[in-house]
Design a binder for this molecule. Structure first.
Ligand code: GLV
Ligand code: GLV
Length: 324
């Protein structure tokens, strides 16, 4: 019998057609994720799961799916998955690094520019019929060239952001667990401590995974230590920022603005103070959302899943110790 596989949403590209030739495929067709109770029923008897960051994969879910042999997440981040619980059950977990790097950095830079130069406000201004004349004081924003960009995290996406920033004539500082001397030399970056990064950055952009160490990395004291009027860009994960403290800093005018592709929670509730705070640019977690990249992410998730079902190590596995 072919292995049984659940995919928790429709996916773009060729992945589902290809999977259906190898496995007994069940695809959750709704626009919204399966509710938790439904998911716990659907996973029963499954050999493989293709999940999204909206699906929580934890011990109760694994217990409901005792025949499970692989979890393949269609995302580079995998904070929705209890990897230790999967490892304890000898279940490999796949993710999709690499293919979304440039697309995600493109969008992070778009958010940076959109916030600095007030693109969304300008569009709304014209549509509302408020454009009456050219004005020397209309919709003034911040310069990007010559400004200092602070990167929190210099992994693949952080490095791609640094390349873009150099092309725009920015000075780039970073913090990262490890020094990246080759990138420092290539791009003229400078590794600094957290206090320097916060004090000197005109733009602070987050490129770390969500872990216990990065949760609320930007909290009340960090916001207070940031350069007055600085702009925050978050395309990583919402909980890397203490959102209540962020809303306060924006309302008080300490911070110049924030561009958020990710929030805590998602979706952002319509009564969130961020929706009425000044200078906030919002997007619904779409940084990797190009046609090509979302197709590649789905293909990569299919490759990871099929490898594990054949007993091979998934090409991109976050608990590779299972195969050593
Ligand atoms: C999206 O947020 C991802 O982690 O790929
Ligand atoms: C963050 O991206 C790190 O590697 O420390």
């Amino acid at each position: 019998l072919p292995p049984r596989v659940l995919v928790t949403r429709q996916l773009p590209g060729e992945a589902l057609d290809r999977l259906s030739r190898h496995v007994d495929l069940r695809v959750w067709e709704d626009e919204l994720p399966p509710p938790r109770e439904t998911l716990l029923e659907l996973v029963r008897g499954m050999d493989g799961l293709i999940t999204l960051l909206t699906d929580r994969v934890d011990e109760p879910l694994l217990a409901a799916a005792p025949s499970l042999r692989v979890v393949s997440n269609v995302a580079v981040g995998y904070d929705n998955i209890d990897v230790a619980a999967c490892t304890a059950r000898r279940i490999p977990v796949g993710n999709t690094p690499g293919v979304l790097t440039e697309t995600t950095a493109d969008f992070a830079f778009a958010m940076l520019m959109g916030l600095a130069r007030r693109v969304a406000e300008a569009d709304a201004y014209v549509r509302a019929g408020r454009w009456r004349t050219w004005s020397p004081t209309l919709l003034l924003g911040a310069d990007i060239h010559g400004a200092t960009l602070g990167l929190v995290g210099l992994g693949k996406i952080g490095a791609a952001m640094a390349r873009r920033a150099r092309g725009f004539g920015m000075r780039v500082l970073y913090v990262n667990r490890q020094a990246r001397p080759e990138l420092e030399a290539e791009l003229g970056l400078r590794r600094v401590d957290k206090a320097t990064l916060l004090a000197e950055s005109d733009f602070l952009s987050l490129h770390v995974p969500l872990t216990p160490e990065t949760r609320h990395w930007v909290g009340r004291s960090e916001l207070a230590a940031m350069k007055p009027g600085a702009l925050l860009i978050n395309t990583a994960r919402g909980p890397v920022v203490d959102q209540a403290a962020l809303a306060e800093a924006l309302v008080q005018g300490r911070l110049g603005g924030a561009a958020l592709d990710v929030t805590d929670p998602e979706p952002l509730p319509l009564d969130s103070p961020l929706l009425t705070a000044p200078n906030v640019l919002l997007a619904p977690h779409i940084a990797s959302a190009s046609h090509a990249t979302r197709g590649r992410m789905a293909s990569m998730a299919a490759d990871n899943l099929l490898a594990a079902l054949e007993g091979r190590r998934p090409p991109h596995c976050v608990n590779p110790e299972l195969f050593s």
